[in-house]
Design a protein. Structure first.
Length: 453
């Protein structure tokens, strides 16, 4: 080998080293630019949010829609909702980058899941657990150990129940199981359900999001830190779902359905007229009548109040009711009384929602006792206590030491809270039964037409 070849090797090596250094610098600069662009990338103007197709989301019967609305307003973004059949599909959409944010119900993040996500580079973050629901099993109205015979086509409520149950049951047709909130929101429309029982398992609810857009990750963590502050989540959940009963009661829902079919339809024109005249929700007015008397004009309570709306003699005299047997007069008077109570609270500065629930409580237990509860809450430091504060105080007013601090004395405040919750639940159920194509659609068609005129 000649010395000439050896002498020409050194410059070539130096050139190669320079080129390699230059390439390294360029790669470093490019990586830095990419990193800088990623770190400084603004929050997308439109965020894709995946959520399971359940009544809690589709009907807005939970805090999620309020949470997303607050997020939109605070950060100036628009949320585009994408609904999936199962919570597991929500996680898949977020992991695959087809959604920025997801709502996971019953999908608990395991350490192995988070680590696996990190290794794959998807970077999924899970927010705080903010709701836990017991999972209930459903017993169909069928022969023992036989699956439900599905109608063709199945009702929307039954279809939704089976879709939800697929995430929580080994055999949804034979032994469906689903979170309590979903069951409570669906059971008014499911005459097939015979009984329910807790399974001892629980479903958690939390949001998850991608972290490969640092601004999104930062914003979501900041948002949840603020939401957690000051019991905001507790108040949201109580406001949107606090009226749901503690246990599902298929018998009570069957009574509601049969009552509407047999007793409510003849009274629907009167209810429609009274609710229109006094600007009340007709479904709320129907719920009050059902809770008070099950639409039985001859109903008499243990306290002596009677009739469709269970008005006392003093209240009927105050409302100038001339004929307690006249259904139209009694319903109109009761609607006027409820609307007047609502107006009183509106004039005190309450918003429409608080005014309505405070009015319902007053309708049941008397406005004086509700005002006593408001004054007790004010003594605790609240300027204008809303329904959420009042409902915690009312049940304490059957104790002498509490009643002694009030103007009107002892009262069964727990009954007022129960009354408001039941009226809200029945109102939701009646609206769904009348206007959705559920199992009782044919029987309630007359009621639908009477209310729609």
């Amino acid at each position: 080998m000649s010395t000439t070849g050896q002498r020409s090797f050194a410059p070539t090596a130096r050139v190669f080293r320079r080129e390699r250094t230059l390439v390294g610098l360029l790669c470093t600069a490019l990586a830095g630019a990419v990193l800088f662009n990623t770190l400084t990338q603004p929050l997308p103007k439109t965020l894709i949010v995946a959520a399971p197709r359940q009544t809690r989301m589709t009907a807005g019967q939970g805090p999620e829609k309020e949470l997303l609305k607050r997020f939109e307003e605070k950060y100036g973004v628009e949320v585009e909702l994408v609904l999936t059949d199962t919570p597991e599909q929500v996680v898949e959409l977020v992991e695959n980058g087809r959604a920025h944010i997801g709502l996971a119900i019953g999908v608990a993040p395991l350490d192995t899941d988070v680590e696996s996500s990190r290794r794959r580079g998807t970077g999924i973050a899970y927010g705080p657990l903010y709701d836990t629901q017991p999972i209930y099993a459903v017993d169909w109205e069928t022969n023992e150990n036989e699956p439900l015979e599905l109608p063709n086509p199945p009702s929307p409520a039954l279809d939704e129940m089976l879709r939800v149950a697929r995430s929580f049951s080994q055999d949804p047709l034979l032994a469906p199981a689903l979170p309590l909130d979903a069951l409570l929101l669906l059971i008014p429309f499911l005459p097939e359900v015979r009984d329910t029982a807790p399974t001892g398992r629980f479903a958690s609810t939390r949001f998850l999001w991608r972290t490969d857009v640092p601004q999104l990750d930062k914003t979501m963590r900041e948002f949840w830190a603020q939401v957690d502050d000051g019991d905001t989540l507790t108040a949201m959940r109580e406001r949107t779902m606090g009226y749901l009963p503690e246990d599902p009661d298929p018998v009570e829902m069957e009574l509601l359905r049969s009552t509407l079919v047999s007793n409510a339809t003849p009274l629907a024109p009167v209810i429609r007229k009274a609710s229109h005249r006094f600007k009340l929700d007709p479904f709320l007015l129907m719920a009050v009548i059902h809770q008070e008397s099950h639409f039985n004009p001859n109903a008499v309570s243990h306290t002596g109040v009677r009739g469709l709306m269970q008005l006392t003699n003093a209240t009927m005299e105050f409302l100038d009711v001339h004929d307690p047997e006249n259904h139209a007069e009694v319903i109109s008077a009761g609607a006027r009384y409820l609307a007047g109570l609502r107006s009183d609270f509106l004039n005190m500065g309450y918003g429409p929602e608080d005014a309505q629930w405070l009015a319902l409580a007053s309708f049941n237990v008397g406005q004086g006792h509700v005002q006593d509860a408001i004054e007790l809450a004010r003594a605790g430091g609240l300027t204008r206590p809303g329904w959420l504060s009042v409902r915690t105080i009312l049940p304490t007013m059957n104790r002498l030491e509490v009643a002694q601090q009030t103007k009107y004395g002892l009262c069964r405040g727990f009954e007022a809270v129960d009354f408001v919750d039941k009226v809200r639940y029945f109102s939701y159920a009646i609206k769904g039964l009348v206007f959705n194509s559920g199992a009782q659609g044919d029987e309630l068609s007359g009621l639908h037409l009477s209310l729609a005129r």
